[in-house]
Ligand binder design. Structure first.
Ligand code: SF4
Length: 292
């Protein structure tokens, strides 16, 4: 018997003899949503229809615009990867939702363009990454993981060719090597990239565009395995909770709220009992400093 969060005993689901259990299909965001708050996971991935979300966030629009511009930069032939191409790339991918007004949106666009110009000046336009917004996937005994890595670089390491995971960040605060080390998403990308590209992949990097800094971590096979083990633990918890609900357990108990500072930024704050105490934020709150 498995014991669920609410203490209910639920019979283990035994497959037909010799038949493998169905794998838990997941992305880093799916695992991250549950780790942050099981109730948020439920609202996003279990409840259907999906409960109404709050309005779009300007910082998400900014992040999406910059990521797509970077992707399209690499779609250009190397001789056209020049600073002069950036305004057109960014304009073409600009997402307008969430800003307070046109003035704030324009000021944010100028900042984003400046980040891109500064960042691109540090890159060799002739260098072709192994992958750009590349989906990498792998399976374990518990989960079928797939995720889209912002960029996977080909570099030479001490033992020959290796792959490096690059993740772009556009948030306000800078990042350090602890952030790179602790990121389960980056570790899972590295684990999957090793299998997809058949070369070592231990280095993961967070490229923070607003400050032009790179926070890096060199994983070992053991640290990648540890992160994978944690992801499998999360997957098992989710499977147990979903199974319990399917068998009649109380969904509120199986997917409890985890109130905290993230509630202020949660899409489901208005409908969630755990978010009632959280201070509401304007959709543009996280980009306000860029327009000053
Ligand atoms: S408002 Fe807070 S407690 Fe509720 S789902 Fe969102 S993060 Fe979880």
């Amino acid at each position: 018997m498995a014991i669920t969060r609410s203490g209910n005993a639920v019979p283990e689901q035994l497959g037909f003899e010799g038949m493998p259990e169905r794998l838990f299909v997941c992305t880093p965001s799916k695992l991250g949503a549950y780790a942050d708050c099981p109730r948020r996971y439920r609202y996003s991935y279990v409840d259907r229809p999906t409960p109404a979300k709050g309005p779009p966030w300007a910082h998400n629009s900014l992040g999406a615009s910059v990521h797509t511009a970077l992707k399209n930069w690499y779609a250009l032939p190397p001789d056209r990867r020049v600073a002069g191409a950036l305004p057109t790339l960014l304009k073409a991918t600009w997402v307008r939702e969430g800003y307070r007004d046109v003035d704030q949106e324009r000021a944010t666009y100028q900042q984003a363009l400046h980040w891109l110009e500064t960042y691109m000046a540090t890159l060799d336009p002739a260098e072709e990454p192994l992958g750009v917004e590349r989906v990498v996937a792998t399976k374990t005994a518990v989960l079928a993981f797939n995720g889209r890595a912002d960029r996977i670089d080909a570099r030479s390491g001490p033992d020959g060719a290796e792959a490096v995971i690059v993740d772009y960040k556009t948030g306000r605060t800078g990042l350090d090597s602890d952030d790179a080390r602790g990121s389960q998403a980056l570790a899972l990308y590295a684990y999957a990239a090793q299998r997809v590209f058949r070369r070592p992949c231990h280095r993961v990097e967070l490229h923070h565009l607003p400050t032009g800094t790179v926070a890096a971590h060199e994983h070992t096979d053991e640290s990648l395995a540890r992160q994978l083990g944690r992801a499998e633990d999360t997957a098992r918890d989710i499977i147990a909770a979903e199974r319990a609900v399917a068998q009649g357990a109380d969904p509120d108990a199986e997917f409890p709220t985890a109130p905290g500072p993230i509630c202020s930024w949660c899409d489901f704050r208005k409908i969630c009992p755990g978010g009632r105490e959280a201070a509401p934020r304007n959709p543009w709150a996280a980009v306000e400093h860029l327009a000053n």
